[in-house]
Write a protein that binds this ligand. Sequence first.
Ligand code: ASP
Ligand code: MG
Length: 457
Amino acid sequence: MIVMKFGGTSVQDAKAIDRVAQIVQGRLADRPVVVVSAMAKVTDSLLAMGRAAGNGDRKGALKMARALRERHYETAGELLGTALFTEFHGELGTDFEDLDELLRGIGAVGEITPRTYDSVAAFGEMLSSKIVAAAFASRGLPGEHVDSRQCLITDSSYTRAVPQFDETNERLQKRVKPLVEAGKVPVMGGFIGSTRAGVTTTIGRGGSDFSAAIFGAGLDAARIEIWTDVDGMMTTDPRLCPDARRIKVISFDEAAELSYFGAKVLHPATVLPAIQKNIPVYVLNSHNPTCEGTKITAQSPPCTNIFKAIALKKKITLIDVATPRRLLVHGYLKSIFEAFDRHQVAIDVVSTSEVAVSVTAETNEAIPALAADLAKIADVKYEGRKAIVCLVGEKLRDTPGNAAKVFSILKDVKIRMISQGASEINLTFVIEEDDATEVVRRLHQAFFAEVDPEVFA
Ligand code: ASP
Ligand code: MG
């Protein structure tokens, strides 16, 4: 049994859903469970409707709901043909009546609560999963819609509800497993769940990957496939280095370091439930389905290259906090970090000496006020237009001399800050933004001109 998850762009219209059906058709022998996101942009527009209704703009909210209804009808009509669509139309119609009802209710109260937000947002995945299931059936695939809210049980922290694994796994065994065993293809919405009492919840924006991992772990899937619109993770940004390679296999820890510094393919934390059970996760491209993508595993396989990838994050500000008196006493770091917290400035890289603390953050408008605040307890300097370069590879942990190799290539480059993370699998440093492209190209040339064919494509 496998789990195949398709994101919003993979189900954005009839053509995309048709492609999904073909991809699933090719995997029938693996007994797939299909998880889908809402059609692209639908969650955003549902939340906008909820907000409008909450602000008393009932008309505006209902108008948006009508546009959404049209889009879903059009897609379903195109996929199903007239006869089948007529049958299915009523079912979708009931959902849209419910949505209108809900929006009118929110409009009447003139306020939207997190709980009602979730009820509105859940329509996206409810609708897309029904349409995909119907499209499968019309193409001779044994698709069967399963309402995820009956399987994914969460607490009641609305908009970011926390899955209750024991109960969820029990439900999956009872509700989904028998379908797979009977040769059906369950089609489920990601992102949505419900409390034990049956109140609709969502598990946080972008949560469909998380749903796929939860379902895969609960059903002991042989693998989980996350279908997106890129070929997988790359050794670096191909716009900077046209010879960037696809990474065929990467460890969970490496993928996590990379995503932290900009690789936006998938947030590894969301697939943790699968990794913990040693279930491999694949990132695949629904627009290029024969490409093997990137496999994320718990353990990194042997690799002759030191690094797996080079990530680059631009628009960074470097903040130096120095204390004139040697005051790195108890509580000093705390007061510095509290200031960052107060101004909601997220920290990327930190390095300290006895007299100074250097910190980087994404450049943003809160920094001047933060600096003014910090100036009350220390000497503060900050400078924008910096970039973070991050080299990632499990091999860093046990091969000496890597830092020397890296910096000997960059002898003429001004390095502003260096940190080798606690995870021991990344080497991170800060440079001038103007040097970033040249630095990444040189490093990529040095470390990826030859690659291990088992690990890179
Ligand atoms: N549809 C949800 C969102 O846009 C969940 C997802 O796509 O993963 O956040
Ligand atoms: Mg997503």
